[in-house]
Design a binder for this molecule. Structure first.
Ligand code: MN
Ligand code: MN
Length: 326
């Protein structure tokens, strides 16, 4: 083990062999709560907000349910053997303050919150919330250098506007992020795109910017290994964000979401793809669009919590690698 890693002094989750996992306070992954972002390398946090939702709302309840179901997560990734809490200081930073009835005000609050994390050197791992939350996160972390993105979703989220010119919805964050110079379209790959369109030319804008769009049809033709090889080629060595919209999954696996689209990849395939991102220069991630009111069994919150754990393993490794190279 690298001597920059201090396993014994890192925050640890509540031990499931001591306190059963149905017990105690439901924090992300049973980690301790910190209010000071300087205390952690990876900040797990919630954005309980769905003001950008154009159709079926409810993702504001996502962070709390993901916290609850994340108590099922253990300490070590069984496939990669990554033990995130030995590699990095991880903690639950609570929820970002939001205003459920004022979208523009909330965008400012989310940006300010993630700006504080970023200034303290903490890498964010956010639980949404709807997908518009990623825009203010980018405003906080990508102001000085645009990020690349590996984006799992049924939707491109690069529409221009809704409802007569309104520019800020969960269907528009990546168009805004590219326009604002926060997201490098040539280092962006979208995986799982499908569903009926509003218009035949819906996807053209993103393709013209240079986004690599992997439709679900191409995904099934290539398979997860080749798609991830393509993702690694697209994002390269630069700073990269992982955004995981649970509606990229088939709704058989994740029905508790606002905009389900049939014919997606499975949870096992998504885990395989996420694990294929090891070694990239990852600077943050999120899991969005878990909507507990549509999640009758709680199964989608388990999926959200598990994908968050997979991304946490990636971020902890990236943090440890950057620390070791300093
Ligand atoms: Mn989305
Ligand atoms: Mn989506």
């Amino acid at each position: 083990m690298n001597d920059t890693v201090r396993p014994n002094s890192n925050p640890q989750p509540v031990d499931g062999m001591v306190m059963p996992r149905f017990g105690d306070i439901a924090t992300f992954m049973r980690l301790p709560v910190f209010r000071d972002p300087g205390a952690v390398d990876v900040a797990l946090c919630g954005v309980p907000w769905d003001g950008g939702t154009t159709n079926r709302a409810g993702a504001r309840h996502g962070p709390r349910e993901i916290r609850n179901m994340s108590s099922l997560m253990r300490r070590v990734n069984h496939a990669t053997k990554v033990a995130p809490y030995e590699l990095a200081r991880c903690g639950d930073l609570g929820d970002c303050s939001v205003n459920p009835i004022d979208l523009m005000e909330t965008l400012k609050r989310v940006e300010a919150y993630f700006g504080k994390l970023h200034a303290a050197g903490a890498v964010p791992l956010a639980a949404g919330g709807d997908h518009l939350i990623t825009l203010p996160i980018f405003r906080a972390i990508a102001k000085h250098q645009p990020v690349g993105m590996v984006h799992f979703d049924a939707h491109t989220d690069t529409w221009d506007s809704y409802f007569g010119g309104f520019k800020y919805t969960h269907g528009t964050p990546f168009r805004r992020a590219i326009e604002e110079g926060l997201l490098d379209p040539k280092r962006t790959i979208q995986i799982g795109i499908r569903g009926s369109l509003y218009r035949l030319d819906d996807m053209d804008w993103g393709l013209e910017q240079g986004i690599r769009v992997v439709t679900i049809e191409e995904y099934f033709d290539l398979g997860p290994d080749k798609v991830i090889a393509e993702a690694r080629r697209v994002v390269g060595d630069g700073p990269t964000y992982v955004s995981f919209d649970v509606d990229g999954l088939d709704p058989v696996y994740a029905p508790g979401t606002g905009t389900p689209e049939i014919g997606g990849y499975s949870t096992a395939e998504a885990q395989k793809m996420l694990r294929g991102l090891r070694g990239l220069d990852l600077v943050g991630g999120d899991v969005v669009e878990v909507s507990p009111p549509f999640d009758q069994t709680g199964g989608t919150a388990i999926v959200g919590a598990t994908m968050m754990f997979e991304i946490l393993c990636l971020l902890a490794e990236a943090v440890a690698r950057r620390k070791a190279s300093k």
